[in-house]
Design a protein around this ligand. Structure first.
Ligand SMILES: Cc1cc2nc3c(=O)[nH]c(=O)nc-3n(C[C@H](O)[C@H](O)[C@H](O)COP(=O)(O)OP(=O)(O)OC[C@H]3O[C@@H](n4cnc5c(N)ncnc54)[C@H](O)[C@@H]3O)c2cc1C
Length: 455
């Protein structure tokens, strides 16, 4: 055997890194296998807990209310599982809120490094403004996307695009922003747009946000951006400057501070689409938390087989470009994500869990194996419930064991977390990183308790 350990975590997104960190902090030796980046690194980096509940037409101001509603309306939702002390009892909404709150507080306490502090709390959703000038409800945002004082009614906000960056049209964003007024009627009296010139990066067209952010991490890039913003602030009288998320991959927080000092305006980042700088910052910040807890991260290692004896999983085989390894582990957390990360695969034969062939159900816990794949892959025009494919995943019990059709755990020492789980549609609800955080937190703690119990 190449490695003997207490816990193997399969997957290095939000769910796996949180589960691994929590278990390592509890004293376990943890090995995390990550074949690549999944949805966490592609996300906007804004952590949604819950933005909409089924049937509601308006977004939720208060995620706590959303968690209460979900635990009553959606018994199979991963958040609802957090509210059950044992199988078969109804979910207790107070317990759901308390456990989600613990995971949010844990993450806020740990966050630093590339994504800085996380702002926001469970009692009130933030309206994060996007590159489109629209807004979406989210719970936690990185500090470079946050304004301590939202734009007041006598202020001017400048939407600043960058020459060579095709992802952002600031004049369209201004129109949507003024129509949408995410800061309410008290928001800024005027919104204007401009294009900044930081073309000294040497490649004046088809730039990506990541390329610009990397350039801004260097002194030359930061001063080019500061000069350009400074000129526009003088010209427009802007108090606030909204930019795409390009304030830096490594040093965003410090870069923002310097930009504000040099220009006299409040500078903040809009939420954006993949490839996402804040998503990358969140990913590296979570990896730093895991390493700080003495977790062993094996990047570029794909789990290829999990061997089970009786009701225990025992050996995990993994391959990397230059080696294959076998790991004997007391417990395993499967946090391999959904379709983008490869935890689930879908084709003409239907949807499968890619590593162990675990049973897959839809969001009503109906096994998908028997249904025709077209039911899950067909076109559904603008359904308010979203596409059923998003709700597909592993069935699980209140300890986050994946379960078989009869509800019994697949293995006593196997836990699952994050988007590989069934029962929720993150795209419609706005709950993606929140479910990954809360279930990763629970699965990591359950795995730690299991390992300590058998040692
Ligand atoms: C484009 C996009 C934008 C989004 N934006 C937001 C947003 O703004 N806010 C929000 O809250 N949510 C957002 N979401 C949803 C959110 O990103 C996901 O729900 C969440 O990141 C899932 O985390 P996870 O850890 O479960 O999975 P992932 O982050 O996908 O991680 C899965 C990990 O498993 C690894 N893996 C898979 N199979 C194996 C294997 N066999 N061996 C080793 N490793 C393996 C992958 O390489 C990856 O590291 C977005 C999703 C997408 C796709």
């Amino acid at each position: 055997m190449d490695i003997e350990t207490d816990l193997v975590v399969i997957g290095g997104g939000m769910a796996g890194l949180v589960a691994g960190s929590v278990a390592a902090e509890a004293g376990l030796d943890v090995v995390l296998l990550r074949k690549g980046h999944g949805a966490t690194a592609q996300s906007s980096g804004a952590i949604d807990i819950i933005g909409y509940v089924p049937g509601a037409t308006a977004y939720l101001m208060n995620p706590v209310e959303g968690l209460h509603a979900l635990s009553a309306m959606c018994p199979f939702h991963p958040y609802s599982a957090l509210g059950r002390s044992q199988e078969g009892v109804p979910s207790d909404p107070g317990r759901v809120v308390s456990r989600v709150h613990s995971s949010v507080q844990w993450l806020k306490d740990k966050s630093s490094g590339s994504c800085g502090a996380l702002k926001g709390d469970l009692e009130e959703n933030i309206q994060a403004v996007s590159l489109l000038g629209t807004s979406k409800p989210t719970c936690l945002i990185q500090e470079t996307m946050w304004n301590d004082t939202p734009p007041s009614h006598d202020s001017v906000i400048l939407f600043a695009g960058l020459r060579g960056l095709p992802d952002f049209n600031p004049s369209s964003a201004v129109k949507a922003f003024m129509a949408n007024r995410p800061y309410g009627e008290e928001g800024p009296r005027k919104a204007v747009s401009c294009i900044l010139d930081v073309s000294s990066s040497g490649k004046p067209f088809n730039l990506s946000q990541i390329e610009i952010a990397q350039f801004v991490d260097h002194d030359a890039g930061l001063s080019a951006l500061a000069n350009s913003i400074g000129g526009q602030v003088l010209k427009t009288g802007a108090d606030y400057v909204a930019v795409p998320p390009i304030l830096g991959v490594e040093r965003a927080r410090e870069n923002r501070r310097q930009l504000e000092e040099m220009t006299g305006a409040t500078v903040f980042e809009l939420t954006a689409f993949p490839p996402s700088v804040p998503g990358l910052r969140l990913q590296t910040s979570l990896e730093a938390v895991f390493r700080k807890a003495d977790g062993r991260l094996l990047a570029g290692h794909e789990a290829t087989e999990v061997r089970q004896a009786g009701d225990l999983v025992q050996v995990i085989a993994a391959r990397a470009p230059r080696r294959t390894i076998e790991i004997r582990s007391t417990a395993v957390v499967l946090a391999s994500g959904k379709f983008l990360a490869g935890g689930l695969v879908g084709d003409e034969r239907g949807v499968r869990e890619s590593l162990m062939g675990l049973p897959i159900v839809d969001s009503d816990l109906i096994p998908t194996g028997d249904s025709r794949p077209q039911r899950l892959t067909g076109v559904i025009p603008l359904s308010p419930e979203g596409h059923p494919l998003f709700g597909v995943g592993l069935a699980f019990d209140s300890s986050f064991h994946p379960v078989a059709a009869d509800g019994s755990p697949i293995a006593q020492n196997l836990f699952a977390a994050g988007s590989v789980l069934a029962g929720y549609n993150y795209a419609v609800e706005k709950s993606g990183l929140g479910v990954a955080l809360a279930t990763g937190f629970a699965a990591g703690a359950n795995a730690a308790a299991y390992v300590k119990g058998v040692q």
